[in-house]
Design a protein around this ligand. Structure first.
Ligand code: IFM
Length: 442
């Protein structure tokens, strides 16, 4: 059998990604807590509760897991509602606690990548109108300044917003996330304010820390028309591409929002990314459907033979990742994979998913795409938003009742990958032998 390997560049960042509301526990002052209290909003009536109990101190053992799994980086987020529990109060103890966590990362040689906004906000912010309020951008800017001043000695890499496109689509168009609106006009205005807030945050961070690297984490949903020659399927695909994938990202290149239904000049946004953060999970097939007006007339589905995650939300589609990487490369910026992973309670698919996606990543590196790191979603099972605890993305399984963590085989695979800084034929033979001929053809 062939013995070979695919190696990544020296200094490549290998880590996992997490988000405050999903792991900390006891977050009772934010919009997601408010949402969880309302019947019917979360599958099975699940609540985040203690989550992974990081606020109770279990970040220590989980950071140990990351470090002993040979990771050299970690992406986590700061919970705005803890830092600014009321509009006129900063919680210095909460900032101290984040500093302790960052010191914990430092001691374990894990380079931090810090997200400032990962879906959750203080309840008071929403009561003030949230992102529908014109003052939201300045309110957010004050929070950014406070956090950056407090933790910049530990942090060089910043993500301002996680997946603002999904935040807008699910919270303001489909209404299945807080604040639960279904108002297209308001959605575009909110998107515009998020872009402005990002641009202002970018300037604030650089003014406080000139050497900082600042970006956004973009969720890229790869898309292909159901029938490649059908003008209607192609139209629906392209409408979805320009709204979902490019509504936020294009203005950061051009300084303009230029959509069919909404145009606006945002010159201050142009050039406000030092790197492109890419979150990729799957690719959808798109057919034109008049009944799907709120989704740009796009009915999305997976091909019949697709290899699906639990409950079928993600198809294992590494070629979609290759497409996402080509898209990311068109920005001419360094690229960081800020999320990639699959929900898979039994770990039957995850080892293959990881290996096939990293193989595509390696190919892109070899086309000289400037890819600097990869953050797997996620380290330990955590609270999966409107799907509650039904989706398990962790390399480690979490028993919510006992807080016990159990290593999935993928945790060992990922530890081997991080140690080797690459994929070897021995790993494929051990963790996903069915892929051997595909990844290492004779
Ligand atoms: O858990 C989420 C994360 O918060 C944002 N990106 C997708 C992940 C998996 O659904």
């Amino acid at each position: 059998m062939i013995e070979a390997s695919y190696h990544f560049p020296r200094g490549f960042l290998w880590g996992c990604a997490t988000a405050s509301h999903q792991v900390e526990g006891n977050n009772t002052n934010n919009t997601w807590y408010w949402w969880e209290q309302q019947p019917g909003k979360i599958l099975n009536g699940d609540q985040s509760g203690l989550a992974c109990d990081w606020w109770g101190g279990r970040w220590r053992e989980d950071f140990d897991r990351a470090a002993s799994g040979n990771q050299n980086a970690h992406r986590m987020s700061i919970e705005w509602s803890r830092i600014q529990p009321t509009p006129d109060r900063w919680d210095e103890d909460a900032l101290d606690y984040y500093r302790e966590m960052l010191q914990g990362l430092y001691e374990r040689k894990l380079t931090p990548l810090i997200t400032l906004h990962h879906f959750s906000e203080p309840i008071w912010f929403l009561e003030n109108g949230g992102w529908e309020n014109d003052q939201a951008v300045d309110i957010f800017a004050k929070y950014v300044r406070k956090v950056v001043e407090a933790i910049k000695e530990y942090v060089n890499l910043w993500v301002t917003f996680n997946e603002p496109n999904l935040y807008v689509a699910l919270g303001y168009v489909q209404g299945i996330w807080p604040p639960g609106k279904t108002d297209l006009k308001s959605a575009f205005q909110v998107a515009r304010r998020l872009i402005l807030a990002h641009a202002q945050a970018y300037q604030i961070i650089h003014s406080l820390q000139p050497e900082a690297r600042v970006g956004l984490a973009h969720h890229f949903l790869a898309l292909q028309p159901a029938v490649s020659w059908s003008p209607l399927d192609r139209l629906a695909t392209s409408l979805l591409q320009t709204t979902l994938n490019e509504m936020i990202t294009n203005p950061l290149k051009s300084g303009k929002m230029n959509l069919i239904l909404y145009q606006s000049r945002i010159p201050q946004a142009k050039g406000t990314q030092d790197f492109l953060g890419l979150n990729y999970y799957t690719r959808s097939t798109v057919a034109f459907d008049l009944r799907k007006a709120d989704e740009m007339f796009a009915r999305r589905f997976f091909p019949e033979n697709a290899e699906l995650s639990d409950a079928g939300h993600i198809a294992n589609d590494p070629l979609g990742f290759a497409e996402a990487l080509r898209w990311a490369n068109s920005f001419n910026l360094p690229i960081i994979i800020t999320e990639n992973g699959v929900n898979d309670i039994e770990d039957r698919l995850r080892p293959r998913y990881i290996l096939q996606h990293l193989h595509q990543l390696w190919r892109a590196v070899n086309f000289n795409f400037p890819i600097k790191g990869y953050f797997h979603w996620s380290l330990v099972d955590n609270f999966e938003w409107e799907r509650g605890w039904t989706q398990r993305f962790g390399l480690w399984a979490l028993d919510l009742k006992t807080q016990q963590r159990t290593r999935r085989p993928s945790a060992n695979l990922y530890a081997d990958i991080c140690r080797e800084n690459g994929i070897t034929s021995a790993m494929v033979e051990k963790y996903a032998p069915s892929l051997f001929d595909q990844l290492f053809p004779a």
